[in-house]
Design a protein around this ligand. Structure first.
Ligand code: SAH
Length: 193
């Protein structure tokens, strides 16, 4: 047997929660691999909302969709994932974040604790029961540890009645490999009064 690697396991989790006709979110489009993966899962009746603040990432993602003739299944927004609720109003079956910087691009442009957590909060509201948010937490770069710690703190406090929080991590690997945090919504969270 072989334990699933982190990237592979992130896709396994998405596959378990997203099916044809669903709405899915790629919170960090980057080079578009996950947007394409999600576009394949949602089918022609479903839809993917992809976000990235960099033009380069938006272009790369659009190209990948076009190359695979799946551009009709997704919209690629040049905006921050913290604004997800401005665009997505229907229940979401699954969402993915790849944190950190875009490989081969500007290493100073990284995801940030506050906006990442804002996006998670918004997505938790949008998520349907049984839906999942998957975070691939890269933390080796500058600022990565602060973001990792802020996220761990935030998700650890989520009430287990509403959200199940999983950490999937190889704990003996060198060079600060990424790990997964997955949030499964198990019950609708009452709106704050
Ligand atoms: N570290 C990963 C890739 C992360 S890509 C790997 O090695 O595979 C992260 C992407 O998030 C980048 O393309 C960056 O532009 C984008 N990003 C940064 N802040 C963002 C925000 N607020 N909203 C949406 N995307 C953001």
């Amino acid at each position: 047997m072989k334990l699933e690697r982190v990237i592979q396991y992130a896709q396994t989790l998405l596959k378990m929660s997203i099916t044809e006709g669903d709405i899915a979110v790629d919170a960090t489009a980057g080079n578009g691999h996950d947007t394409l993966f999600l576009a394949n899962l949602v089918g022609d009746e479903g839809y993917v909302y992809a976000f990235d603040v960099q033009k380069e990432a938006v272009d790369a993602t659009l190209h990948r969709l076009l190359d695979n003739a799946l551009e009709h299944r997704a919209i690629v927004l040049k905006d921050g994932h913290e604004n997800v609720a401005k665009y997505v109003t229907k229940p979401v079956a699954g969402a993915i974040f790849n944190l950190g910087y875009l490989p081969g691009s500007n290493h100073d442009l990284v995801t940030k604790p506050n906006t990442t957590i804002q996006a998670i909060e918004s997505l938790l509201k949008l998520l349907k029961v049984g839906g999942i948010i998957v975070l691939v937490v890269y933390h080796g770069h500058e600022g990565g540890k602060e973001e990792r710690d802020a996220i761990i703190h935030f998700v650890s406090e989520l009430p287990q009645k509403y959200v199940h929080v999983l950490r999937y991590e190889f704990i003996n690997q060198k060079n600060e490999p990424p790990f997964i945090i997955a949030l499964e919504k198990v019950k609708n969270i009452p709106l704050e009064s």
